[in-house]
Ligand binder design. Structure first.
Ligand code: SF4
Length: 432
């Protein structure tokens, strides 16, 4: 979400006449789109602004900060940065820069963004982003969260759920397809509660997917559409049915479960049961038999007993995820659980982390080994960092495939590959 937001910030700044520099020391305007998910990221913001404020003593420099910021940090940042804005205030950035002394004729190069404040919480989405990739794009569809999981501070930093208009989303998707973009990821803290805040005046998430699917049916261009992240509570069967009905809707689901224990899920305020989750997994396996399944898990949450952890390990063995992003719990200031004891020791958290990683290695490898000998379509993403002369690519299910001996001009294209080897978290293949 921050990367997507920063593409819009960059667009506003570039429209004012600024040019990008890769060299921090050369910048005359410099800013941060902050993330409050971990304290470490916020600590880095403090380190940077102290450094930049030292530079300001010697040369002209304007600093700004935006993104996910907790109210307590916001109070401190206001004193340290020249400009602090919420992302929905992005259209005001040129005016704020003028107030900091950027000459008017400089700002005059900014085109009319035609923002009329009909809904000032969503106006910033009308800004055409300066996309950072030519073949892989994020499209925000929703911002904020009403779920209030006890370990998470997002509802306090990004505010309540707000959906972007479906016509605007569909226009952006069409523009991206015209530009030959191959991967589109619909973004939101809770993508599948899309539209619910509009109380019947906006289409549902399943219908949004169907309309995108229809766009796919009307073009001969190939592209894959993903979304992240959905919440199990809103993962209705019609969403899975929509994915099954359209080729362009990628058969890959990332469905965070966080814990395999009923009581812990309750303490996390996730508002669904393990049975609910397993029912969704059943629907996915039935309606989308080729789909890969990813998840997020927290180990060592406040009060997690060994027996409760074993339930999570059991769930992982049962569901056999292709990929899981496993995090050791750390309290976040602003989240409800920060008031509870962080009573699982770092050693136990590490042990639990390692146990789940071992299970994941097994289940992922079992899935990967079944692919040996198969011919699959992949999107080539970049030169491989581990294997010289190879390219990194992903299947529709987002499995990493290393293609041996392939030319770099294939980056950004779909290719057909025969899988020759399988490792825990990656595959190797040859161009067909
Ligand atoms: S659903 Fe829970 S974890 Fe996700 S953003 Fe909302 S509060 Fe945070």
């Amino acid at each position: 979400m921050n990367q997507s937001d920063s593409e819009r910030v960059r667009s506003v700044i570039e429209n004012m006449g600024y040019e990008l520099t890769e060299v921090e020391e050369e910048a005359s305007l410099i800013g941060i789109i902050a993330c409050s998910v971990r304290q470490k990221a916020i600590d880095k913001v403090y380190n940077r602004i102290v450094k930049w404020n030292r530079w300001k003593a010697k040369r002209p420099l304007i600093t700004f900060v935006s993104g996910c910021i907790l109210p307590a940090d916001e109070e401190k940042f206001i004193k340290l940065f020249d400009i602090l804005f919420r992302m929905n205030e992005l259209p005001e950035l040129p005016k704020l820069l003028q107030q900091c002394g950027v000459p008017t004729e400089f700002s005059a190069r900014q085109p009319d963004l035609e923002l009329h404040n009909e809904d000032e919480r969503t106006d910033f989405w009308k800004i055409e982003p300066s996309y950072s990739s030519s073949f892989d794009a994020f499209v925000p569809i929703q911002n904020g969260c009403d779920k209030f999981c006890s370990f998470c501070a997002v509802p306090y930093t990004r505010g309540r759920e707000v959906s972007r208009s479906s016509s605007e989303i569909l226009d952006e998707v069409k523009r991206l397809i015209d530009r030959n973009v191959k991967v589109i990821t619909l973004l939101g803290q809770n993508v599948n509660s899309y539209g619910l805040d509009k109380k019947g005046e906006e289409i549902t998430f399943a219908n949004l997917l169907r309309q995108i699917g229809e766009i796919g049916n009307q073009t001969d261009k190939k592209f894959w559409v993903y979304f992240t992240s959905p919440h199990p509570r809103d993962m209705t069967r019609d969403v899975i049915e929509a994915i099954a009905d359209y080729d362009c809707l990628a058969k890959q689901i990332h469905l965070p479960v966080q814990s395999g224990d009923e009581k812990l899920l309750f303490r996390m305020n996730r508002n669904h049961s393990i049975d609910d989750y397993l029912k969704i997994v059943d629907d996915i396996r039935t309606l989308l038999p080729t789909a890969t399944l990813f998840t997020d898990i927290i180990v060592g949450f406040s009060g997690e007993t060994d027996a409760q952890f074993q339930n999570t390990a059991g769930l992982m063995e049962k569901v056999m995820f292709n990929m899981a992003y496993i995090a050791k719990y750390s309290p976040r200031v602003g989240a409800r659980s920060a008031r509870w004891d962080d009573d699982v020791t770092p050693e136990i958290k590490s042990d639990r982390f390692n146990t789940l990683t071992d299970i994941l290695k097994q289940t992922s490898k079992t899935h990967n080994e079944k692919m040996i000998g198969q011919t699959v379509t992949v999107l080539v993403e970049r030169e491989d960092t581990r294997c010289e002369g190879a390219l990194s690519s992903r299947t529709e299910g987002k499995l990493l495939v290393r293609i041996i001996d392939a030319p770099t001009d294939l980056i950004g294209t779909f290719q057909t590959v025969k899988i020759t080897q399988a490792a825990n978290f990656s595959l190797t293949g040859k161009l067909v």
